[in-house]
Design a protein around this ligand. Structure first.
Ligand SMILES: Cc1ncc(COP(=O)(O)O)c(C=O)c1O
Length: 395
C-alpha cells in the first residue's frame, strides 16, 4: 500500500489496497478505533458495568428462562415497549430502541445534529459524542459543565451557549455527569429545557446513570417537545453486553429518527431480557440502594485515610475522587494497575484535573481496593483547596 492521495475537495483520499485503488472518506482520519482488549485476571473498575451479586443472580435467572425463539427469530417489540411505557411513564410512540446508547448518540447526531450542523456539547461527556460528530463533519462547541477545585457542576456556560448560538442547535447534557458524578438539580434541568425551547434548540439528555440516584428525565419528555433522553439499560439493568438502550422523545422526533432503522440493530435476546427485567422495579431498587451503600462505605473508608481528598457527589455506581495533588490521579491508576485493578485517571480531562474514577464491585472487592489506595498519598507540597458542593450558583 502506498501513501494515500488526497482529492482536492479534501472529502476523500484514494487508498491503494495492494494495487486496487478506491476513494475513502477523510472523516475517519480524526477519530480512532479502539477495540476492547481482554485483560485476564484484572478487576475492571473502569467502564462502570454494574457488578453486584444480586444483579448477577437476577440477570442469570432471567437469561436461563429465555427460549430458543428469543434467538432464532427476528424480535417483536410490542411487549417490551409496553413494559418500557410503564417504566418511563411515557407512550410507546415516545420510545425508540437502539443498540446501546452509543448507537443512540450516533443516531441523534445523524438524524438531529447533522441537518443543523451545530452541537453544543457540555463537557466532560461520553466520548461517543465527539466521535460521531467528527464522522458527520459536524462542528462541536464544547461547553464547560464543571468549574473550580474541587470541581462543582456549573450550568451557566451552557445557558450562555444556548443564548449565543446563531441558529437552531442541538445541546447535549449528561446528568448525572460521567465521569464527574456531579448532578444538576431538577430545576436546573428544567431551566435548560425551557431556555432551549424558547430559543429554538433541542436538548438531549444522556441519563446513563440516572437510576442509581433516583433521576429520570422522562417527565421532561412528556412536557417539552424539544427534549430527547438517551437512556441506557447497560448500567442500571446490568445489560452492557446485550447492547440495548432507548431514545425517549416527542413522537414525531421518534418517527423521524426511527426512519434510520435503529430498531433493526437490536437483537431478540436483548429485547426478551429487557421485557423480563424492566417490570422488576422493586428488585432493582433494592440493588441500587445496596450499590449506594457500598459506595458510601467505600467513600468513607477512602476519605478517612485521605482527609485532604474529596468525593464528587452523588456519583452513581462509581465514585470520582479529587485530590489537591494533581499527580494523585495517575499515581492511583498506576498503583492499582500494578495490583491488577483498572480504574480511570481523569488527569487529562478538562475540568477534572486531580480526579480519578473508580466504579464499584461487591463489598470484599471494594475493601481490597480501599486497602490498596491506602498507600497512595499526596506529595507534602500539595495543599487542601476547599469543599465539595453539589452545584455552582445559577446566574
Ligand atoms: C455517560 C454515558 N453515556 C453512554 C454510555 C454508553 O452506554 P451504552 O452501553 O448504552 O452504549 C456510557 C458508557 O460508559 C456512558 O458513560
Amino acid at each position: 500500500m502506498t501513501a494515500p492521495e488526497q482529492e482536492a475537495s479534501g472529502l476523500t483520499r484514494v487508498m491503494d489496497l495492494h494495487g486496487f485503488r478506491f476513494p475513502l472518506g477523510t472523516e475517519t482520519l480524526g477519530v480512532s478505533r479502539q477495540p476492547r482488549e481482554r485483560r485476564p485476571g484484572t478487576l475492571n473498575l473502569k467502564s462502570c458495568e454494574l457488578q453486584h451479586p444480586w444483579s448477577d443472580r437476577l440477570v442469570r435467572d432471567e437469561l436461563a428462562a429465555l427460549t430458543l425463539r428469543d434467538t432464532i427469530a427476528y424480535p417483536f417489540q410490542d411487549r417490551v415497549l409496553d413494559t418500557l411505557c410503564a417504566y418511563h411513564g411515557l407512550e410507546s410512540t415516545n420510545i425508540l430502541l437502539t443498540a446501546g446508547s452509543d448507537n443512540g448518540i450516533g443516531l441523534v447526531v445523524d438524524a438531529l445534529v447533522r441537518p443543523v450542523g451545530r452541537l453544543l456539547l457540555q463537557e466532560p461527556a461520553f466520548e461517543a459524542w465527539r466521535h460521531y460528530a467528527a464522522l458527520r463533519r459536524v462542528r462541536v462547541t464544547g461547553v464547560p459543565g464543571v468549574i473550580g477545585t474541587p470541581p462543582v457542576a456549573d450550568p451557566n456556560p451552557l445557558l450562555d451557549a444556548l443564548r449565543d448560538a446563531p441558529g437552531p442547535s442541538v445541546a447535549a447534557v449528561t446528568n448525572p455527569g460521567s465521569p464527574s458524578g456531579l448532578l444538576f438539580s431538577p430545576s436546573t434541568m428544567r431551566r435548560f429545557a425551557e431556555t432551549a425551547r424558547a430559543l429554538g434548540h433541542l436538548l438531549v439528555i444522556d441519563e446513563a446513570y440516572g437510576d442509581f440516584v433516583h433521576v429520570s428525565h422522562a417527565p421532561l419528555v412528556a412536557e417539552f417537545p424539544n427534549v430527547v433522553v438517551v437512556h441506557s439499560y447497560s448500567k442500571a439493568f446490568a445489560l452492557a453486553g446485550l447492547r440495548i438502550a432507548a431514545l425517549l422523545g416527542h413522537p414525531d422526533l421518534c418517527e423521524h429518527i426511527g426512519r434510520f432503522r435503529s430498531e433493526n440493530a437490536v437483537g431478540a435476546p436483548g429485547v426478551a431480557l429487557l421485557e423480563r427485567l424492566a417490570p422488576q422495579r422493586e428488585r432493582w431498587r433494592e440493588i441500587w440502594r445496596d450499590v449506594r451503600a457500598i459506595r458510601r462505605d467505600f467513600v468513607d473508608r477512602i476519605l478517612a485515610a485521605h482527609p485532604e481528598w474529596r468525593v464528587l457527589q452523588p456519583g452513581a455506581n462509581f465514585a470520582t475522587f479529587w485530590s489537591p495533588d494533581p499527580a494523585i490521579a495517575d499515581a492511583a491508576r498506576d498503583h492499582l494497575a500494578a495490583h491488577h485493578v483498572r480504574i480511570r485517571s481523569l488527569s487529562g480531562v478538562p475540568g477534572l484535573c486531580g480526579c480519578f474514577r473508580v466504579s464499584l464491585a461487591d463489598r470484599p472487592q471494594m475493601r481490597r481496593v480501599a486497602r490498596l489506595l491506602d498507600s497512595v498519598t499526596d506529595r507534602p507540597s500539595a495543599r487542601r483547596n476547599g469543599l465539595t458542593v453539589e452545584e455552582g450558583p445559577a446566574r
